[in-house]
Design a protein around this ligand. Structure first.
Ligand code: ATP
Ligand code: LTN
Length: 330
């Protein structure tokens, strides 16, 4: 039996080249060696208010993009979190075994709650739902970025705690999975911040579904600096370094080789080349996406099939947990 890997992205904005290079591209490679489950975590996204129409469209668009990027439905399970009811049920059980202090200490909670006028209880309970996602499938490895490591640490604590209380083989204790090559892509407008779904700046992110001309326009308006020499120096030339990182992560050409090829050239060359390389990557993804998204019935059928597959596993784990807790099966 192959070890289980599980990960997910919140449908809280548009998928950008950072998500592709930092997550999806690795997911595609992992399918070769592991049993993989990839989710669109809609339950997590409603910890902040969402427009229902926009959410529906985004969830379907994310599923189609996962497929278009190379997640293979014959090898991996791709599902919408809310379609597997066990997540919310195990989430509740875990909430009842988690201290308020443990949740209040989470950096993401402190950060997000301090920026909101009214904070929902779901934002505080976000990590226990994430723990449920992971523990339901006997997940061994979880590929997540730096910002989610604390949530994974809490998941491990909860698994160990529950195992002590209810039986040592109740849950597999998961490990973080750090991909060998993981690029961190920065905003094109504020290159000291990461490119992110929730960035309101229109030109900050290269989204997978942007048109060719939008990618060209955004690369052209990328913030660089007042110098003119193309060097890799993230501290002093974050904008230029970010464009080099994007090119290198896509093409596989080392940053050193890229820098030598640019000797004597101008920032304009770097921007035009970056747009071209990004468009070469995105053209086939966009094409596959259009085909997949235009047949919504087929997409829904596939999601239903995969939800059943996920529920089988999740249901068996939940039943074991319920038995261990003394819940009466009726
Ligand atoms: P939000 O802005 O909604 O909080 P986000 O854009 O920061 O979200 P996440 O949903 O937190 O993205 O991340 C999903 C996955 O994509 C994670 O595995 C994360 O490490 C990866 N990822 C996100 N942004 C980047 C980036 N700029 N560069 C590389 N990887 C990224
Ligand atoms: N919190 C994660 C998304 C997420 C996740 C998960 C990742 C929800 N459940 C389970 C890995 C495993 C994020 O914001 N990136």
């Amino acid at each position: 039996m192959k070890p289980v890997i599980l990960s997910g992205i919140q449908p809280s904005g548009k998928i950008n080249i950072g998500h592709y290079l930092g997550a999806l591209k690795n997911w595609v490679l992992l399918q070769e060696q592991y049993e993989c489950l990839f989710m669109v975590v809609d339950l997590h996204s409603i910890t902040v208010r969402q427009d229902p129409k926009v959410l529906r469209e985004r969830v379907l668009s994310f599923v189609a993009l996962y497929l278009a990027c190379g997640i293979d439905p014959d090898r991996s399970t791709i599902f919408i979190q809310s379609s597997v009811l066990e997540h919310a049920q195990l989430g509740w059980i875990l909430n009842c075994h988690t201290g308020l202090g443990e949740l209040q200490r989470m950096t993401q909670f402190k950060d997000k709650s301090s920026r909101q006028e009214s904070v929902q209880a779901g934002l505080l309970n976000y990590p226990t739902l994430m723990a449920a996602d992971i523990l339901l499938y006997g997940t061994a490895l979880v590929p997540v970025g730096e910002d989610q490591k604390q949530h994974l640490e809490l998941t491990r604590d909860l698994a160990i705690r529950m195992n002590h209380l209810y039986g040592e083989d109740l849950f597999v204790v998961p490990e973080p999975f750090i991909p060998q090559v993981g690029a961190r892509i920065m905003s094109l407008q504020q290159p000291e911040r990461k490119m992110s779904k929730s960035d309101p700046l229109e030109n900050a992110s290269l989204n997978l579904l942007d048109s060719q001309s939008m990618i060209e326009k955004k690369c052209k308006s990328a913030v660089t600096d007042s110098g003119s020499v193309i060097r890799f120096d993230p501290a002093n030339q974050p904008g230029v370094s970010n464009l080099l990182t994007i090119q290198s992560a896509i093409s596989g050409v080392s940053i050193n080789d890229l820098v030598s090829n640019y000797s004597g050239k101008m920032y304009g060359h770097l921007k035009v080349d970056t747009a071209r390389i990004v468009n070469e990557l995105l053209n086939p993804i966009r094409e596959r996406y259009e085909t997949l998204r235009s047949s919504e019935d087929e997409l829904l059928e596939l999601m239903a099939k995969h939800a059943i597959r996920a529920r089988k596993k999740a249901g068996a784990t939940l039943r074991r947990v319920q038995d261990a807790l003394g819940f009466v099966p009726v």
